[in-house]
Design a protein around this ligand. Structure first.
Ligand code: FAD
Length: 413
């Protein structure tokens, strides 16, 4: 699509403009094409090639697989997680979860961010072919502001930005009846500004950075994922092949200065430290792939809907990666929003979305915010109490199952 020039506002506004074609924006567009009659514009600051370069491996829950199946975006090249082992470094008490206990082939799947986006792109192209004229795409087009004027009067939202697609730095304007922020978190301030008087954005700096990368070991246990709480932060190993090499995707959360030091270590010294932090269950860590760092924080907008603007995915909430919930919640955001928009492109439909999604969102934010903080409390007494809680949880089947279902399906489960 050629974006309109600066002087031109689309004569006839589109029904829904989605800002951000990451996994959440792509899934939302796909589901809207499938279940509503609306015309959609999907705008992204980059091209699909950006996603292919993203180094993240993501754990998708069984519930997310079901959502992706609905829009034809499954299978994705993936490694199944059949069992999960949760423990505390150097302490007693652990919990094991097994897919068999929940009648699912796997509790979740480890996918590459790039593979997931590619599969979603293909599914969206098929859905667009089946719904001619209902999807327009604008690549390399960054939206800088969303304006809904007097939001009680206006029936149109105006999105302004800059396109680098055909001409460097060309100003662009889009108009739509509904704007959805799916741009991964840059517009938090704006949602708040649009609604003066709402409580402040919920933020927390965990003083942790995640080191991610691919590692191999001498005694891999296929199908098992490991979440190990250390005094520095959670350390997750997710079953994941890289370039045909079976191994694990590592997400090692630790204080920023430790992360910087570990990123600079030679591979063998890094593998040695990883072994000290994780223990010997997987033997010795051998090959270590390229390492990357992601600073961690909670950033949750107080509201996800304001007039004709809604936020989904990381634009609505950026979570700590413990228990791998960010994208899983983002996909549930997208599907709940698409469902609410079936009745019309109205502020009321957006309010209905916010209402029905509130509990799921609050619970997921609460759990992922609580876990890293509870496990960060120092001292032997606290560590002992946590060990006792893990041991008790392992014996209390109803509580364990409720937690597992929340992780797999969110509050809808
Ligand atoms: C280390 C790490 C590990 C993680 N592990 C997991 C996990 O195991 N499981 C899980 O569920 N989640 C995990 N997550 C979270 C997950 O990566 C995010 O929740 C997910 O990527 C959010 O998707 P999104 O589409 O909302 O945003 P993004 O993936 O950030 O996509 C945003 C898109 O918007 C575009 N964009 C940005 N700004 C603009 C603009 N102004 N105008 C137009 N377009 C714009 C970007 O180009 C991009 O394509 C992890 C995150 C990290 C950092």
């Amino acid at each position: 699509m050629t974006p309109p020039d600066s002087t031109e506002t689309l004569a006839e506004p589109h029904d829904i403009a989605i800002v951000g074609g990451g996994p959440v924006g792509l899934a939302l567009a796909g589901q809207l094409l499938r279940t509503t009659p609306w015309r959609i514009t999907l705008i992204d600051a980059a091209t699909p090639a950006r996603a292919a370069r993203d180094p993240r491996a993501i754990a998708l829950s069984h519930g997310s697989r079901q959502l992706l199946e609905q829009i034809g975006a499954w299978p994705v090249p993936a490694q199944p997680i059949e069992h999960i082992h949760v423990s505390q470094r150097g302490r007693f008490g652990h919990v094991k979860l097994h897919g068999d206990d929940y009648g699912v082939p796997a509790l979740g799947y480890v996918v590459k961010y790039g593979d997931l986006c590619q599969t979603l792109e293909r599914a969206l192209a098929r859905a667009a072919d089946a719904a001619p004229g209902r999807l327009e795409r604008a690549f390399e087009t960054r939206i800088d502001s969303i304006d809904q004027g007097d939001r009680n009067e206006s029936a149109v939202v105006q999105l302004t930005g800059t396109s680098h697609a055909e001409q460097e730095g060309m100003p662009v304007v889009f108009a739509a009846r509904i704007a959805v922020q799916a741009e991964g978190g840059l517009f938090h301030q704006q949602i708040q500004r649009l609604s003066p008087g709402t409580e402040a954005t919920r933020r927390r700096d965990y003083q942790q950075t995640a080191i991610i990368g691919h590692v191999t070991c001498t005694q891999p246990q296929p199908g098992w994922a490991w979440e190990r709480f250390t005094e520095e932060g959670p350390l997750a190993l997710l079953p994941h092949d890289e370039h045909g090499q079976p191994g694990y995707a590592l997400v090692w959360c630790c204080p920023p200065e430790q992360a910087a030091r570990r990123l600079a270590l030679p591979d063998d010294a890094f593998a040695e430290e990883l072994g000290q932090a994780f223990g010997t269950r997987l033997g010795r860590f051998t090959l270590v792939g390229k390492r990357h760092a992601f600073p961690l924080g909670l950033n949750a907008a107080p509201i996800t809907v304001n007039g004709r603007v809604a936020a989904v995915g990381n634009a609505a909430q950026t979570l700590h990666p413990v228990a791998g919930q960010g994208l899983n919640l983002g996909l549930r955001d997208a599907f709940a929003l698409a469902d609410s928009l079936r009745v019309g492109c109205t502020p009321q439909a957006l309010q209905a979305f916010a209402g029905r999604h509130r509990v799921d969102r609050a619970m997921t934010i609460g759990i992922t915010d609580l876990l890293p903080r509870v496990f960060a409390v120092g001292g032997p007494l606290a560590a002992h109490a946590r060990g006792a809680s893990l041991a008790a949880l392992a014996c209390m089947a109803p509580l364990k199952h409720a937690l597992a279902r929340q992780m797999m399906y969110g509050a809808r489960g």
